[in-house]
Design a protein around this ligand. Structure first.
Ligand code: ATR
Length: 281
């Protein structure tokens, strides 16, 4: 049915994804007929899956781990956000071509704009990004777009931080963890992009005391919602923003492409996703 549009999330594994809860909420709220479905796809099957999305009745969808780089290579047209990162998380069909974008950076910025308005006014100070995976790459790019010209990238494996610094060519300095305390006093934003602190993973053990009182602390981990890092920031009186908003906001541009209406991230959606996380898989 032409007026019943379908979008997907493909990944391996994909069972844990909260994205269907988000998109189905907006479809209901906006009275749009449509659906959003999980599609478990293994890496070797991704080319075939993407070639056949129109045949399966999809107008587009999301791509999650481990497919974001492969989807970038497979898309016919990619926008500037995808190109900057070499990774795609949002796909849509347009003029019979497969288009790709990356909305992770948008989601990160929109989350901070919503919960810590004016956070980027201190972009004359440094930003510290913990981790050097795909999420760090998107976040570094996003922070640079808001005028931060001094970004310190801290990672266990130094070569991965060096690779990101080389990719963006200016303003990013790679470091190992031991160098972190000395960098903190001039920091306006500290973001954790590692998986440390996530339910089932090791804790992120750092002392936030050297940060200036106006430093904003954020975490992309959202299970638990308040990580030990954010709890410590709160105890020190530092403004802090959890990672759930990034997940919610990164979904907005895709929904608009597929279903033709721009949805809003509201409190009811946030509560619904938190409830769903509590329900487990
Ligand atoms: P993503 O693409 O989602 O960001 P990733 O590429 O697996 O995921 O990156 C995870 C990040 O968490 C990396 O920065 C990783 O550090 P390494 O590059 O050294 O692997 C970091 N990380 C994961 N487990 C860690 C641990 N036990 N100690 C320190 N860093 C860790």
């Amino acid at each position: 049915m032409a007026d019943h549009k379908k979008a997907f999330i493909c990944g391996w594994p994909v069972a844990h994804s909260r994205s269907p809860v988000i998109h189905r909420y907006w479809l209901r709220q906006l009275g749009i007929k449509g659906d959003y479905l999980k599609q478990p796809v293994q890496a070797e099957n991704l080319p075939d899956f993407l070639k056949n999305i129109a045949n399966k009745g999809f107008v587009g969808g999301n791509v999650t781990l481990p497919h974001k780089e492969q989807a970038f290579a497979l898309a016919d047209v990619v926008d500037q956000h995808a190109r900057a990162l070499g990774a795609v998380n949002t796909l849509w069909l347009e003029d019979e071509k497969l288009h790709g974008s990356n909305t992770d950076g948008y989601g990160f910025l929109a989350n901070l704009d919503q919960h810590a308005k004016g956070w980027d006014e201190r972009n004359d100070m440094a930003a510290i990004v913990l981790g050097a995976g795909g999420a760090a790459r998107a976040i570094v790019h996003a922070i640079q777009s808001r005028g931060f010209s001094e970004i310190h990238l801290i990672n266990r494996t130094r070569s991965r931080a060096v690779a990101i610094a080389g990719h963006f060519s200016r303003g990013i300095t790679p470091h190992i963890w031991e160098e972190l305390p000395a960098l903190m006093p001039n920091c306006a934003l500290l973001v954790n992009t590692t998986s440390l602190g996530m339910d089932g993973k090791a804790e992120l053990e750092i002392d936030l005391a050297p940060l200036p009182k106006k430093c904003l602390v954020s975490d992309i981990v959202y299970m638990p919602l308040e990580t030990a890092l954010l709890k410590q920031a709160r105890a020190l009186g530092l403004k802090n923003v959890d990672g759930l908003g990034m997940l919610l906001h990164q979904a907005v541009p895709g929904f608009e492409k597929w279903f033709g209406a721009r949805p809003v991230v509201d409190d009811a959606l946030r509560r619904l996703v938190i409830e769903d996380m509590g329900a487990g898989q």
